[in-house]
Every structure is written in C-alpha cells, then in structure tokens.
Design a protein around this ligand. Structure first.
Ligand SMILES: Cc1ncc(C[n+]2csc(CCOP(=O)(O)OP(=O)(O)O)c2C)c(N)n1
Length: 432
C-alpha cells in the first residue's frame, strides 16, 4: 500500500506573492509638494465631553484637532481660551528651547560634547503639554521633550552639565548626553532603548490610582517607536485597568532615515492605534500650541476623572537631522522642512499674539535677545565644570556609584582592583 497523498494545492495561474515595501514620496533632489497631506480646517473637529466613551468619537483619531486658523485667530470648541500672559509664557519657553538647542548643537560641533538632539520645529509638543499638565504630574519622555524641563523651570545649567558629562553632572556621566533624569521636575530618566518609557508610565499611573493619589502620568514616543512591542503592551494594560495616563505619539514624519510609512503611516493614522484598544484617540496639529494644550488638558481631565487613558498623535515635522550623528541630506529632500504645510510652531503662536494685539515684532526681537543671553550665560556657567576632553570630569572611582542602592560584592571587588591598579601606577586617576 502506498502512502496517502497529502493535500494538494492547485497553483493554477495565481500571481506570485509579493511584498509592499514603503517608499517615501521625496528623496534628495526631488521637488516637494505636500498638497496631498490632508489638513482639515481649524475649528472643524468636535470636542466631546471628557466622560464620553471612546467608541463615540473614533472620527477624532482620523481627522485633526486644530485651533489656530489661516488668519492667526483661535477658533472652534477646542480653543482653550488662554490668557495672553499664558500665551506669552508658552512662546518664551518655546523660544528658549530653540535657543538652547541651537547653542548645544554648536557645542557638539565644537567638540564640547559627543552628542546632541534638537527638537526644532516640534517645540510646541512638549512646551504646550507642560503648561496643560499639573506640575505634579509625572512625565515619561523620549529624548526630544527637553521642552518639558525648560517649561517646568529646570535650571539650564543642570541640563548642560549633563550634556557635558562634567563635574557638575548629577548623573555622574553615566547617561548619554541629553538623557536627563530630573525627579525634582517629574521627569523620568530617559532611556536610549526606545519605548521602554511607555509601560513604565502605565505602571506609574496604575500605582498612582491604586494608592488613591490624584497625579496622572504622561508619556511620549516618536511614530517610529510605535512599532516596538512595548508600545502595544502598554496600551493593553492601560485600557484594561483604565490607567490615568496620556500617551503621546510625536509623528514628526521621520524615524532616523526611515519615514513614517515604515511604522504603518501608509495604512492608517497613529492615533488610530487607540481605536483597536478602545482608548480615546486624538490626532492633533502638533505645530499649533493651542491645539496641543487643549488636547492635553482634555486628556488630563479624562484621566483625572477615571474615564481612562488617551492617545494623542501630534502631527508635526522633524525640521533637522535626527541627532548630531545624522545627515538628513542623504535620504530626504532638502525642500521638505520649508514645504511642511503646518508651518513653524513658534511663528504661529507669535502671529496669533500679534493678531490679537498682545505682541509685536519689537517685543519678539527683545525676547529672542533675552533668551539667547540667558542660554549663553548658562553655558558659560556650565563650562566652568568642564567640557568633553578638557579634563574636568567625574572622578574615576565614582564609576560604580549610583547604580545599585547597595553595591554588589563583585562591583566592590572591581572598584578595589581599579583603585589598587591606579595607586600602583603612581599616577592615580590620571587617565582619560
Ligand atoms: C529598541 C531600539 N531600537 C532602535 C534604536 C535606534 N534608534 C534610536 S532613535 C531611532 C529612531 C526613532 O524614531 P522615532 O520613534 O520616530 O522618534 P524621533 O527620533 O523621530 O523623535 C532609532 C531607530 C534604539 N535606540 N532602541
């Protein structure tokens, strides 16, 4: 007896299978036209009550919350109706972030630090959120939310000491430059491992709720980082336990050299990730500080009233390279930043203040000069503690400190070996 024949699939004349490999629309040298990026008019999006079930406003995950219109007026139900003083403070914080970024970028080019990351063009995302959250709320940022620290009043000298890994660096040179950790300002230690902050934020939010506290958590990641498994497990925990957390996805169109299509942008929006989890999803004009403020305040109220988490996609554009180690001219058209249809967040808020008669060009110029001076003075102060390669750094024997609450025996042993070797060399701590 022969073997039974297995299942036979008649192939017939089926076409061969193929994969879709996303390709960005523009490459270096291409003329850029963003006319097919859908930008709904300001004021068009409905503002649901914060207690409404997420399934009743899923359309907000596919449209866009926008407040500032083409005439620089604040319109629609999402208008947060902020006082001119608050608007001016937000403007100043954004301008400070930009000036800080500019100086630290230059410091890297001058060899004073090994690394820097700017947030040029997306300053509204962090600054407006900081204004909308309570100072006590806990932030779990990625590496592009320096605006949270600036807006919460972290001394720039402390930030620069960390960037220089100098004797004033409270993290003792143990973190990559710009990977701050600022408990005083509710700013969780930044991790280089993308998206680990997402489940951490949910865990913190769950702990806050289970302790009967009133503080909520907010976390940020880039659109590329939504492809990480941590993103999805965080959303699952958050929806199951209705954790008081705000998920921010900063869709600045580019990861490093791969565009948003590689994280799924061709198929749907990033805010739409929320729909599958039954979480509130808002897609927001990330270059409109008033829209970012309004969406964050809405999500904060929802979280604080136990109505559950919100995912906010901030639609924005990364105007410069990913970091000082990147050269975007290699992979995208130089025309993109200027053609970006949502403009520049600082200019838009400034134009709004001018339009409502609360600001003018002279005051803008004075403010720019002042913040540049403040950043320069902070830099001078930080550099007294040393810059890269100039000798002033953490003592070598601090290498093992501050990692474990109690140093384990094997690290104590290694530390002692290092000290013995240094002492025997006759030039203790004289190594670079
Ligand atoms: C787990 C992990 N994978 C990859 C990297 C390398 N990496 C660092 S930043 C980055 C791009 C992230 O892009 P996105 O999430 O869109 O954030 P953006 O830099 O645009 O703000 C990559 C791939 C990393 N640090 N960690």
């Amino acid at each position: 007896m022969g073997e039974e024949p297995g299942i036979v699939h008649p192939r017939g004349n089926l076409p061969p299978l193929s994969l879709h490999v996303p390709e960005p629309k523009f490459r270096p040298g291409d003329a850029v036209d963003f006319a097919d990026v859908p930008i709904p008019p300001a004021g068009a999006a409905r503002r649901p009550d914060t207690a409404e079930p997420a399934r009743d406003f899923t359309e907000l995950a596919y449209s866009m919350v926008r407040v500032l219109d083409e005439n620089d007026q604040a319109v629609g139900t999402w208008n947060p109706r902020l006082s001119p003083d608050t608007l001016r403070r937000m403007l100043r914080h954004m301008a400070t972030v930009r000036a800080f970024d500019e100086r630290m970028f230059r410091a890297q080019r001058q060899g004073k630090t090994s690394f820097y990351m700017k947030s040029l063009g997306e300053e509204a995302v962090a600054v407006a959120a900081a204004h909308a959250l309570d100072a006590e709320d806990m932030c779990f940022p990625s590496y592009r939310q320096q605006g949270l620290l600036i807006a919460r009043g972290c001394p720039m000298v402390d930030m620069m000491n960390q960037i220089y890994s100098n004797t004033g660096d409270k993290l003792q040179g143990k973190q990559l430059p710009i990977m701050y950790s600022e408990k005083r300002f509710g700013f969780f230690s930044i991790s280089g491992n993308l998206t680990t902050q997402y489940p951490q934020a949910v865990g913190w939010a769950m702990a806050s709720a289970s302790k009967g506290d009133t503080r909520i958590a907010a976390t940020w990641c880039g659109e590329g980082s939504t492809a990480e498994g941590d993103f999805h497990s965080a959303l699952t925990f958050a929806t199951v336990y209705r954790a008081p957390v705000i998920f921010n996805v900063v869709n600045n169109q580019w990861a490093i050299s791969s565009f948003s299509g590689f994280a799924g942008a061709e198929a749907t929006t990033f805010a739409a990730r929320a729909v599958g989890y039954g979480i509130a999803g808002l897609r927001v004009d990330g270059n409109d500080a008033l829209a970012v403020y309004a969406a964050t305040a809405w999500a904060a109220e929802r979280a604080r009233t136990n109505a559950g988490p919100t995912l906010i996609e901030h639609f924005t554009y990364r105007t410069e390279g990913h970091s000082t180690s990147d050269d975007p001219t290699q992979y995208r058209s130089a025309g993109e930043p200027n053609a970006w249809p949502l403009g520049d967040p600082i200019r838009r808020l400034k134009d709004h203040l001018v339009a409502i008669g609360e600001w003018d060009e002279a005051r803008q110029a004075d403010m720019d000069r002042e913040v540049a001076e403040q950043v320069k003075a902070a830099q001078k102060e930080a550099e007294k503690n040393g810059v890269l390669g100039h000798g002033l750094r953490q003592p070598l024997d601090s290498l093992f400190d501050g990692v474990f609450e109690e140093m384990p025996w094997h690290l104590r042993e290694q530390r002692q070996m290092m000290i013995d070797e240094e002492t025997a060399s006759g030039r203790p701590w004289d190594r670079t």
